[in-house]
Design a protein around this ligand. Structure first.
Ligand SMILES: [Zn+2]
Length: 331
């Protein structure tokens, strides 16, 4: 049996606020947890659900040894409903939302709260959002629906207005570094580097380590440097990269370009956060004007969005175009 999920320490204030609302009988029927990806919102939601279902919370956290806690540890509590797309990245089907009806309007099997965790809430299309809307308008008693999103702009206004918003901020750098050092057994410098690569999001940084993304990252930095130093052509690098996770490559490339543009704009290297590419980014920032770099960053961003929407079939061609522009930056 595994342990209960705990909310990360940087959410302590938020967590405490929710437990206070609960104890004052003022907990709303729907909470919308929003904030940047990779900071632990899902763990926060689940941990709060476990607290609500626990029979004898200790220090405002689930106790970890009552019957409901044991059911939660086994992932089989009948009053906790995890609602997510059948496949990651796909839309939530309207039938999946309709299936919630029975759960929401029945009596809790363990006699307390019924909790739904919907992750990510931006996976709802109009039909599934409308199906959920009915439940948000007339929720049963002792029901909580926790919606999670890192793309709050994509939710329907009618959904947003029926939820109480809980804004989730990433931890301060020092807190994130020490958390990551602990979680992944890293020294401070390495933890800092990896956090910067992942824009300060601790869970993304941990996933980066656990999924062995270092090698792909090294290929990105090496490829970009080789082009600038004319050791390889843009076409050769594009070919080498076509086997990599292109969405990830473009997202990293985008961050590097933004760092370079900021460096060029401020004529300083202190804004360059990506330590593994610092020299290269600094060289680009010094020799190119920021407008050109921002333009390329925009293009990379647009291409990445197109790939996410699966509109672009030819990855290698796309990479070639972008890398030719990268090569041209120093000309
Ligand atoms: Zn318990």
């Amino acid at each position: 049996m595994s342990e209960l999920v705990t909310a990360h320490p940087w959410f302590n204030d938020r967590f405490q606020h929710l437990t206070q609302l609960h104890q004052a009988n003022r907990l709303p029927h729907a909470l919308l947890l929003h904030g940047m990806p990779g900071i632990g919102k899902a763990d926060f939601a689940q941990s709060f659900a476990h607290y609500l279902l626990c029979q004898q919370p200790e220090n405002n956290r689930a106790c970890g040894h009552c019957k409901p806690c044991e059911l939660n540890m086994a992932g089989s509590h009948p009053d906790l409903y995890l609602l997510e797309p059948e496949e990651q990245g796909k839309q939530l089907k309207v039938d999946q939302v309709r299936a919630l009806n029975e759960f929401i309007y029945s009596t809790a099997q363990q006699g307390g709260y019924r909790v739904v965790v919907l992750n990510p809430a931006d996976s709802m299309n109009i039909a599934s959002a409308n199906a959920l809307l009915k439940m948000l308008e007339e929720p049963g008693g002792d029901t909580l629906i926790l919606l999670i999103t890192s793309k709050i702009g994509q939710l329907l206004p009618t959904i947003k207005s029926r939820c109480q918003h809980v804004e989730c901020h990433p931890p301060a750098e020092a807190e994130a570094v020490s958390w990551l050092m602990n979680a992944a057994e890293l020294d401070e410098e390495r933890a800092k580097n990896i956090l910067h690569i992942n824009l300060g999001a601790p869970m993304e940084a941990l996933a980066y380590i656990n999924n062995g993304l270092n090698e792909q990252r090294a290929q990105l930095v090496r490829g970009l440097a080789d082009i600038l130093k004319q050791r390889r052509t843009a076409l050769e690098v594009a070919q080498a990269w076509s086997k990599l996770n292109i969405e990830l490559i473009l997202s990293w490339f985008y961050s590097l370009l933004i760092d370079a543009a900021r460096g060029a704009l401020c004529e300083s290297s202190e804004f360059i956060r990506q330590d593994d590419a610092r020299n290269m980014i600094n060289a680009v920032a010094k020799k190119t004007n920021p407008v050109r770099i921002f333009k390329l960053a925009d293009k990379v961003h647009e291409e990445r969005k197109a790939i996410l929407l699966r509109q672009n079939p030819n990855k290698q061609l796309l990479l070639e175009c972008i890398l030719l522009e990268w090569a041209a930056l120093l000309n």
